[in-house]
Write a protein that binds this ligand. Structure first.
Ligand SMILES: [Zn+2]
Ligand SMILES: [Zn+2]
Length: 259
């Protein structure tokens, strides 16, 4: 058994749930512990069952609930050293598990490979999670794509990929100039078109179970992200018959995906 569920996604807070027969993990923790518990209860789980929380980077939409969870629950927290330092949270040493980016490690029966991503945080990473010859990839907060990242996304049985903004909506938005520059820049976020490009490449290699996530609330909406990605694929004459493409819900869990 290898299951994935998006609990919350977007600039308002990110958290994913992964489960095998004997391991339950969260990736990021960007909503309150109360909201997280609600989401977990709705899919038949609870924070009390969680064996570890992986943290991709220190931005608040990925760690908002962590301080309370660390106080209330004894869940091991996995992050690299620069992320632990920059989270500026009082996490007890007993539950701190430091990993090195780009080095594999294990939590229960899940092999974890944290890979570098270009984003304006201390040492941000995406995650490959391996179990039962299957691979789940969680890749959000990516400023730009390169071959190394595409390689980490390749061969995924399921991929959660950022599709953050529509460039014209962002350019016309009320965001301050510096914030627009940051989002559009090489260490900001991935646009719908860039997600479309990545998925077109991955689809050729057989990656066909994909969820678009981390959508901007102001500069994107689910139908637009979905349609932009689909148009990008179809314009390259790539067959979409075997593609399952979903958009991650912002405020509630999506269906549990069984791999
Ligand atoms: Zn971020
Ligand atoms: Zn983020």
């Amino acid at each position: 058994m290898f299951k994935f569920c998006n609990l919350y996604s977007g600039s308002s807070g990110n958290c994913s749930f992964v489960e095998t027969d004997n391991t339950k993990l969260l990736v990021d923790c960007g909503v309150s512990s109360k909201k997280l518990e609600e989401a977990l209860n709705s899919i038949g789980s609870s924070l009390n069952d969680i064996n570890g929380i992986l943290i991709s980077h220190e931005h608040s939409d990925h760690i908002k609930g962590l301080a309370t969870i660390c106080k209330k629950y004894n869940i091991p927290i996995y992050a690299n050293n620069p992320t632990f330092t920059n989270m500026k949270l009082n996490i007890s040493e007993d539950i701190k598990y430091k990993f090195n980016t780009n080095e594999k490690f294990e939590i229960g029966d899940i092999k974890v490979f944290p890979f570098s991503i270009p984003h304006d945080a201390a040492e941000p990473c995406g995650f490959n999670l391996f179990h039962d010859n299957k691979k789940i990839t969680i890749a959000t907060d990516i400023g730009h794509l390169d071959n190394k990242i595409l390689k980490n996304l390749d061969e995924s049985s399921f991929l959660l990929l950022e599709s953050n903004y529509e460039p014209n909506m962002l350019k016309c938005s009320k965001y301050p100039y510096m914030l627009k520059k940051r989002i559009l820049g090489p260490n900001g976020h991935l646009s719908n078109d860039e997600a479309g490009f990545a998925i077109s490449e991955l689809l050729k290699q057989g990656v066909n179970n994909i969820m678009l996530g981390h959508l901007s609330e102001q500069n994107n909406f689910p139908e637009l992200a979905y349609q932009t990605v689909m148009n990008s694929i179809i314009s390259k004459n790539i067959d979409v018959n075997h593609l399952t493409l979903q958009v991650a819900d912002r405020y509630k869990p999506n269906n549990v995906i069984n791999l």
